[in-house]
Design a protein around this ligand. Sequence first.
Ligand code: ME8
Length: 526
Amino acid sequence: MNRMQFYVTTPIYYVNDRAHIGHIYTTTIADVVARYHRLRGRDTFFLTGTDEHAAKVADAAAERGKTAQQWADENAASFQETFARLGMSHDDFIRTSQDRHKQRVLRYVRELLECGDVYAGEYEGWYDAGQEEYITENKARELDYKSPITGRPLVRKRERNYFFRLSAYADALRQWLNDNPRAVLPEARRNEVLGRLGEGLNDVPISRTGTGGWGISVPGDAEQTIYVWIDALFNYLTTVDTDPRRHYWPADVHFIGKDILWFHAVIWPAVLMALGRRPGFEWVKLPRCVYAHSFWIAEGMKMSKTMGNFIDLEKIDAYIAEFGLDALRHFLTIEGPLGNTDGDFAHARFIEIYNSELANTLGNCISRVCNMAGRYLDGALPAAPEDGAECREAADRAAAAAVEHYEALALDRAGESAIELVRAVDAYIERTQPFKLARDPAKKDEVGAILARCAEALRIATVLLWPILPNKMAEAWARLGCADYAAALTDRGRGRLDDWLAWGQLPEGTRITQGPALFPRHQEAK
Ligand code: ME8
């Protein structure tokens, strides 16, 4: 991939909830990807935000005697505070109630009305009045024409609405998916979409009535409000539709959960195709990748608020307090549901991964090498030998593999490749036994050469792990004599990945320092 810029997004989250594992997971993996691209030196834009114009926001506000805007303001602030506390490095936080968003949505819908891809029509169907929701004929029959929530009879409702001409885009969507194997990932999700496309597409209503004014009105028709999903999808475009930001479009990756695949893999690209045909909107291309991850479950069971097993913000904060923010990021990245199976948030597994990969491997190896450098070399490193010792080969292999995995969004495998390198350093120490050689003063040069190779390989492993463990790797760099990396990357700064992955960057005389364990081993209290 040679683009010099990179644009990554998360879904924008419904504003009437506090952030939970789902929101934090998607935002974390987007953050890892954004950090990787900044490390790589790319001009990166990472967007998250809140989806505010849902009817349930207005209802929740009314129950509390507040305006919808007041309620949305409070909850959007809580999401922003949470993401800041979790060190998310997003470049902007879009709120759909912001004027910058609303004005541009109006412009896009006006364009679509003008070309006829949005048209006024009538919708008739079974309606669940309590849930403000239309139910398909098949589903209604299954439910015996009663609301599954309230038990009250469904009513036949006929509404005047605006529709998007989705049916006109079925062939173009199929072609897009066939020509671009990475347009929807993982592959199983792409096949799912292609399968459903084969069943044909109906036009979709894109407006609602009776929202009490909460939302964006259809241009020229104050009775109709733009459907919250259409309003929300546009966030990815409205945020960057400005002169300094337009070059970021199209998005390189929209991270989403599998629950909202249809909106992102079918409706959104079709809307973009329609808009992209309008004069002045030729720059509106399709996203390069929609990545739909699977879901977290907890201790083997589906999470639910009523069951009380939901991994909510309070539980997440407890993990951070106990293990540190980076350990949480690591677990989410390595064990998360990036593929097409769900991921299990299991306490015992968290501890197992923490102890085996972070405490016993990464943290321990860094301490070991820094301590030996202090004890046997007074903390001053000789230059790492150029020869093809196993450390160097392992480092080159790990660097190539991790970069390839990061580019392919296989974040778990990227992290594992770097940990493999640390294991190779441990094996090298076991084989060469510098702690025994150090007893013989005549072997000081040999000990120095071994430790210099170890420090070089560890430096490369820590660079590869930085997107996942940004805080702890910055501490490691201070000990390994490359604190300048952290300085370059602070405040969304860019790195020089290719240089930093090259062997032999620690000059002769580099000061190695010791410090407390980066990841203290966790013992479960009895
Ligand atoms: O759907 N495991 O917002 P939302 C993993 N506003 N991820 C999960 C999850 C779980 N158990 N539960 C939720 C909306 N998620 C719309 C989006 S975008 C234009 C509009 C994550 O607050 C996952 O990313 O319900 C899912 O897509 C998102 O939270 C839904 O968040």
